[in-house]
Design a protein around this ligand. Structure first.
Ligand code: HEM
Length: 186
């Protein structure tokens, strides 16, 4: 993921989802089709996510959060540089450069994410995108926090899906009572 977000969504469906979701993906994304992000209408991505969520008995936001948590596991090895940050907050304050660099890739269109420091252990993320994939942000933040042995309490006082001009995520990070799933990337 999520360079080619629809293809990497397919990898998530194949490894983590039910037979119904796999069938829905196969129906909506013909085998071998390579879809550059900018060329896929937003409504097609949103319909695909909604169909997968329906097959899984979840909301689109829940499905995207699952996908985000799953993506982080692969991203740790695919993109080691941002994961060299010392903790979740430092990661989230520093990963923006990867989105900037990714804008140069053909067909790639990362969203606009503003990071606001709210003091020790806290920050806010402001997300703007015509994709309205805010569930993915929640899942990625939770997945990154798990990498660092932290837990993220996330409130979303403003959401694009509720008519806001952006999604605002207020994030509070605490050490997780459980040990980190598999430790930091060296
Ligand atoms: C390891 C660092 C990261 C890299 C290399 C990366 C790269 C990318 C790329 C290339 C895309 C565009 C995908 C496409 O065109 O199909 C994208 C999309 C996206 N990224 Fe990232 N990303 C990273 C971290 C993050 C983080 C930490 C967040 C959330 C806090 C995030 C949230 C999103 C979302 C929500 C999208 C979907 C597109 C949209 O909403 O418009 N990414 N990313």
């Amino acid at each position: 993921m999520h360079v080619g977000i629809v293809q990497s969504l397919g990898e998530f469906v194949r490894s983590c989802c039910s037979a119904e979701a796999k069938a829905a993906y196969a129906r909506l994304v013909p085998a071998g089709e390579v879809m550059a992000f900018r060329e896929i209408p937003d409504v097609r991505v949103q319909s695909l996510v909604a169909a997968l969520a329906g097959a899984e008995g979840k909301t689109s936001a829940e499905l995207l959060a699952d996908y985000g948590r799953h993506w982080v596991k692969g991203a740790r090895t695919a993109y080691p540089t941002p994961f060299a940050a010392r903790d979740t907050k430092a990661f989230l304050q520093g990963f923006g450069g990867t989105h900037l660099a990714a804008r140069a890739l053909p067909g790639s269109q990362p969203p606009e994410i503003e990071v606001i420091d709210r003091g020790p252990g806290r920050l806010a993320l402001r997300y703007r995108s015509s994709r309205h994939m805010c569930g993915l942000i929640r899942g990625i933040v939770e997945g990154v926090a798990a990498v660092y042995g932290e837990r993220a309490a996330i409130a979303e006082p403003e959401c694009l899906l509720a008519g806001g001009t952006c999604c605002t995520f207020e994030v509070e990070l605490r050490p997780s009572p459980a040990p980190a799933a598999s430790g930091r990337v060296p």
